[in-house]
Design a protein around this ligand. Structure first.
Ligand code: ADP
Length: 192
């Protein structure tokens, strides 16, 4: 059963690839950004707590996100498999997820890091902002989100490398090309 995490800077294509991978492997795709945007749109308590951070390109506080993911993954019947997209994003979140996995016999079996050069990321996000009007795809926020990734999320690469489940995949190419690389990388990890 696949329990995978897509770890990549904003604009790298986590959402697209996460959805494809989850569908192919028959597990739910849990994208914290999408979940949070739904809460904001519906005006829930979680949405109210998250909105201002998201608009500025800052991370939503760990306790809010942990609660959200906890409900989805670790509820009454903990999920056996999943593709997580956008969580964990801080070392605190990663430690919590790891402890939960250990306690429930559900540690991740693959962490896919999508590698895309920064100028390409910025170009993609600004184009997406023009097409879909996502509120946080503005020039200022795009740069802030890259910085937040560098500072808070990049250290997770080392966390997972040490646990032997990190695989780095070139994220430049067509959707199909990148999807094929991800598939091959996950197969190589499970063959170890
Ligand atoms: P992107 O990767 O392009 O920034 P996401 O949809 O994954 O897009 O996330 C959008 C926003 O949602 C983030 O900038 C952040 O404010 C919030 N968010 C998503 N996941 C998390 C998380 N695990 N921890 C904290 N904030 C999060």
């Amino acid at each position: 059963m696949l329990r995978a995490l897509l770890l990549a800077p904003p604009g790298a294509g986590k959402g697209t690839q996460g959805e494809l991978l989850a569908k192919e492997r028959g597990v739910p795709h849990l994208a914290t950004g999408d979940m949070l945007r739904r809460h904001v749109a519906e005006g829930t308590d979680i949405g109210k707590q998250a909105q201002a951070y998201m608009e500025k390109g800052e991370l939503v506080p760990d306790e809010v996100v942990n609660q959200l993911v906890g409900q989805a993954v670790a509820g009454d019947t903990p999920l056996d498999g999943f593709v997580l997209d956008g969580f964990p994003r801080t070392l605190e979140q990663a430690q919590l997820a790891y402890d939960w996995g250990q306690a429930n016999n559900r540690t991740f079996n693959a962490v896919v890091s999508l590698v895309v050069p920064e100028d390409e990321l910025v170009r993609r996000m600004l184009a997406r902002g023009e097409q879909h009007g996502r509120a946080d795809d503005t020039e200022e926020t795009v740069h802030r989100r890259q910085l937040v990734y560098e500072e808070s999320t990049k250290p997770l690469l080392e966390f997972y490398r040490q646990r032997g489940i990190l695989t780095e995949v070139d994220g430049v190419g067509t959707v199909d090309e990148v999807a094929a690389r991800i598939r091959a990388a996950i197969d190589a990890l499970s063959a170890d």
